[in-house]
Design a protein around this ligand. Structure first.
Ligand code: ZN
Ligand code: ZN
Length: 199
C-alpha cells in the first residue's frame, strides 16, 4: 500500500493564493458605502476610497500586510513599476470648464520585504485648454475605475511577489467618447513620460 505523505514544508504567505489562480474580482457593489459616491471629488474622500478598496483587495495577502501610499513623484530606490489607465473627469478651478479624459493615468511602485509590502501611487493631472491655466487640475476618479486599477495592481503583486498566475490586465473603461483627442501638451503624465507607455 502506498501512503502519500503530506508535504512537510510550511507554506509562507497567504493561504488564499495557494491554488495559484487569479484573485477574485471584488465587486464595487459589495461595498455599498461607495455607491453613494458617484464621482470622487478632489477635496473630500478620494484617498479614503483608494484606501478602502486597497485594504479590501490586499487583505488576501494576510498575514502579510500591504499599505498604499500616495506620493508626489517616483520614490527613490528599487521598485516594481506599473502604469495603468482609466476614464477620469477634470474641472478647472479657475474657469469652471470641465472635461473627460480616457487617459487618466496612475503609476504604481511596489516593493516587498520582511513580510511587509508597500504600493506607492501617483495620479496625474491635466491643464485646462479653455483658460490656458498653468496649473494641473487633479483628476477625479470614478470608484469603479479605482477598483479596476487596484485589482490590476493587486494581481500584479500576486504575480511578481507570490508567483501567482498572471491574469489579463483589465482594459475596460467606463464608456465615453471625449470630444477632443488627447492633448499631450496639457497632460502631466505625457510630460512625465508615462502616458505613451501603454494604451
Ligand atoms: Zn480653465
Ligand atoms: Zn498624456
Amino acid at each position: 500500500m502506498v501512503v502519500f505523505s503530506t508535504p512537510v514544508f510550511t507554506a509562507v504567505g497567504p493561504t488564499v493564493l495557494h491554488s495559484n489562480r487569479y484573485l477574485p474580482l471584488c465587486s464595487i457593489t459589495t461595498t455599498p458605502a461607495l455607491l453613494a459616491v458617484p464621482i470622487i471629488k478632489r477635496t473630500c474622500n478620494a484617498s479614503l476610497v483608494w484606501q478602502l478598496i486597497f485594504m479590501k483587495l490586499f487583505s488576501c495577502f494576510a498575514p502579510h500586510s500591504w499599505r498604499l501610499v500616495a506620493v508626489p513623484s517616483k520614490p527613490s530606490g528599487r521598485w516594481h513599476t506599473f502604469v495603468d489607465s482609466a476614464k477620469v473627469r477634470f474641472a478647472c478651478e479657475a474657469c469652471g470648464h470641465g472635461w473627460t479624459s480616457m487617459k487618466g493615468r496612475v503609476t504604481f511602485w511596489c516593493a516587498f520585504s520582511n513580510n511587509t509590502g508597500v504600493v506607492a501611487y501617483r495620479l496625474y493631472g491635466q491643464q485646462c485648454d479653455n483658460c490656458q491655466g498653468e496649473s494641473y487640475e487633479p483628476a477625479m476618479w470614478y470608484p469603479e475605475e479605482i477598483e479596476k486599477v487596484l485589482w490590476n495592481i493587486c494581481n500584479r503583486v500576486a504575480h511578481v511577489f507570490y508567483g501567482c498566475a498572471r491574469p489579463p490586465i483589465q482594459l475596460n473603461r467606463r464608456p465615453g467618447k471625449p470630444k477632443n483627442p488627447h492633448n499631450s501638451e496639457k497632460c502631466q503624465a505625457c510630460k512625465d513620460g508615462v502616458c505613451a507607455e501603454r494604451r
